[in-house]
Design a protein around this ligand. Sequence first.
Ligand code: ADP
Length: 229
Amino acid sequence: QEELIRRSEKLSIVGELATAVAHEIRNPLTSIKGFLQLFQQRAVVDEDKHYYSIMLSEIERINSIVSEFMILSKPQAITYQNEKITSLLMDVITLLETIAIVKNIEVTKEFEPNIPFVKCEGNQIKQVFINIIKNAIDAVPTNGKILIKVTKLEEDQVLIRFNDNGRGIPNDLISRLGEPFYTTKEKGTGLGLMVSYKIIEEHRGSININSEMNKGTTVDIILPVSSEK
Ligand code: ADP
């Protein structure tokens, strides 16, 4: 309980910061990026070219942190609509399939027929799916497997399960998932899961993560089905 309260305090502080800062960072960053690209083109020494590309990729990193912050600062004007969860998932899978193909990852879908509608903000839910599938893609080796399952639970809930056969998450780190900036990736932001937790909480759903080292990870999302028919 206390952990939950601390987590939501953290979320609201980050959310407020996001609103204030995110927009202000974008524009100067775009101009810095433009000039860096110009200098990179003009560079004659290989070493300099290399430094410019490091600077540009670091700017990309700041950009992706800012985009994720912006999702946090958006939720004032969102519209909830009855959506087909499986269609939202298909959109995201199509988007990410190219990355999966390059890594030779097998993505399997098991969608139960006649899944009821979920009242949600489609783009936010897609963002959650993207974050989770991307994590799975990052975690599995070449020839890895990702299974995405959608089933109807009793009590008017839908379960969306993402299972991968990746490296897994150490037990003592599971409780840190969803903490801002907790990442084990060189180019990670450690914001994907935090944003996902926040979005799913706002939809009155829940996220549950189970993992076994070197065997894989299962991320379960439970969402309430729409009461309107
Ligand atoms: P990021 O992806 O930027 O690191 P996230 O909040 O999405 O941020 O994830 C935080 C960390 O959780 C990751 O760096 C990774 O160590 C761990 N993680 C998340 N999903 C998985 C997964 N499916 N398998 C293994 N580790 C994972």
